[in-house]
Design a protein around this ligand. Structure first.
Ligand code: FAD
Length: 413
């Protein structure tokens, strides 16, 4: 039983809100500090995939059903070439049955709403941008841009890819995130019609010229999509002299339908380009009373659709461990958390990066070779590798405290 009384969570993204929900279930008083100023800003964002492992983790904090209720269950993950040829089709019903949890597509705002309700809006302080922290034997103090401070027993840095908590922990010596060489143009289109985009399939098209296109139905009216373009491909996408939608429609004009229809059905302001970054795997997420989770600790490219899934896993593992931690062994528990999570997240980062490099292939012969390899191996080898990574038994490590008490040295080093 823990004697931690107060946790400070920095960042009200998926990782921070999941951590806050998990801490509250452990009976630990929690406050979340978010730089963005309004709830509206917090709830923006497109759609995404949450795989089985994310739902298994959400179940541990009692939130899997609430998230699944407003999500679309995926039954197939389909890979195609830019000619529309099917290269592989993963059936997701069997793994859903076997592991007892679905893979779903959903709006980001759905997940945020469920997590926010679990935490309670009154525990989330908006417009609170962390600028630094200090810690000693009595606790940790967070410092905010408006001059205010907050004091707690433990501070969780869930402040994303360009984490301030991480920068302070590294005393400013951290290199910037690693750029992957491509951009994801993400949006939600208003496009009813089962015959245009069927419910329950996540389509993943791999094309020539450093282009990819992902899409899936989110509900009867909406389709989520991502156009992924290498820097070389993006040179021909002129969004300065023409609207983004027009430029992307031109870039994908020789691709099979419904891609043209999806882009045409999207509002210009809904299309948001995100340049894709990660960080090479590495340790150092825990220092005294302070710990990193989610993109602050292990940011990854989007290719496995696991960044949020891993943020959720880390949040649930960490808060399970904190529920058994005492003030005396807190620093050791945070180090044990890192040890429990490092290898699994490193594998995800590395695999996701490698998949992304396949998408940078430009010339037609190499792309055709890639298509052939995908046709030959994606229904067998790639699927089984992907599933053994996703449902790895290391997911369960950290739900107990294997080494923390043995290695614990008091906080505030
Ligand atoms: C195009 C794209 C598609 C993706 N698709 C998927 C997918 O299908 N499935 C999946 O699992 N993952 C996906 N991801 C990855 C996923 O979005 C991230 O891994 C996930 O959002 C990380 O959550 P987080 O809470 O760690 O960080 P974030 O979501 O970045 O949240 C960090 C929060 O901290 C706040 N903050 C930042 N600095 C401060 C500060 N100094 N003080 C206070 N608050 C601060 C920010 O405002 C933000 O609210 C995708 C990513 C991209 C870019």
């Amino acid at each position: 039983m823990t004697n931690l009384r107060k946790a400070l969570v920095i960042g009200a993204g998926i990782g921070g809100l999941t951590a806050a929900a998990g801490l509250l279930r452990q009976g630990i008083g929690t406050e979340v500090f978010e730089a963005r100023p309004t709830p509206g800003r917090l709830l923006t964002g497109g759609g995404f995939m949450l795989w089985h492992n994310a739902f298994l983790s959400l179940r541990r904090i009692g939130l899997d059903e609430a998230v699944a209720t407003d999500s679309v269950r995926m039954r197939f993950h389909e890979f195609r070439s830019d000619t529309g040829r099917r290269l592989a089709r993963w059936h997701l019903d069997a793994p859903t049955r076997e592991c007892g949890a679905p893979a779903c597509a959903l709006r980001r705002s759905t997940l945020h709403r469920v997590l926010t309700e679990a935490v309670g809006e009154h525990r989330i302080r908006l417009g609170a941008r962390l600028t630094g922290y200090s810690q000693d034997a009595d606790g940790v103090t967070a410092h905010f841009a408006d001059g205010s401070t907050a004091h707690g027993d433990v501070l969780i840095g869930a402040d994303g890819l360009r984490s301030t908590v991480r920068a302070v922990m590294r005393r400013g010596s951290e290199p910037p995130p690693r750029y992957a060489g491509y951009t994801a143009w993400q949006a939600i289109a208003r496009l009813p019609g089962e015959s245009v985009v069927p419910t329950g399939t996540f389509f993943n098209l791999w094309g020539r010229g450093g282009r990819r296109f992902l899409y899936c139905r989110l509900n009867e009216n909406e389709v989520y999509w991502d156009a992924i373009t290498s820097d070389r491909a993006a040179r021909t996408i002129d969004t300065v002299r023409q609207p983004r939608g027009v430029a992307l429609a031109r870039a994908y004009r020789d691709w099979p339908e419904p891609i043209g229809r999806i882009i045409a059905a999207t509002d210009e302001e809904a299309i948001l380009p995100v340049s894709i970054h990660d960080r090479p795997p590495g340790g150092g997420w825990a220092h005294g009373r302070v710990v990193l989770i989610g993109d602050a600790a292990h940011p990854m490219t989007l290719n496995l659709s696991q960044g949020a899934g891993q943020a959720i896993e880390s949040a649930v593992v960490l808060t399970g461990m904190l529920g058994q931690a005492t003030l005396a062994d807190l620093a050791g528990v945070l180090r044990a958390f890192e040890a429990a999570r490092r290898a699994r997240t490193a594998d995800m980062v590395t695999t996701s990066w490698r998949i992304g490099t396949l998408g940078l292939v430009h010339g037609t012969p190499l792309c055709r070779l890639r298509d052939l390899l995908m046709y030959a191996f994606f229904d067998s080898v790639a699927r089984s590798q992907s599933y053994s990574l996703m449902l790895d038994e290391r997911l369960d490590r950290g739900s107990v405290l294997p080494v923390a008490r043995a290695t614990g040295s008091g906080p505030g080093r």
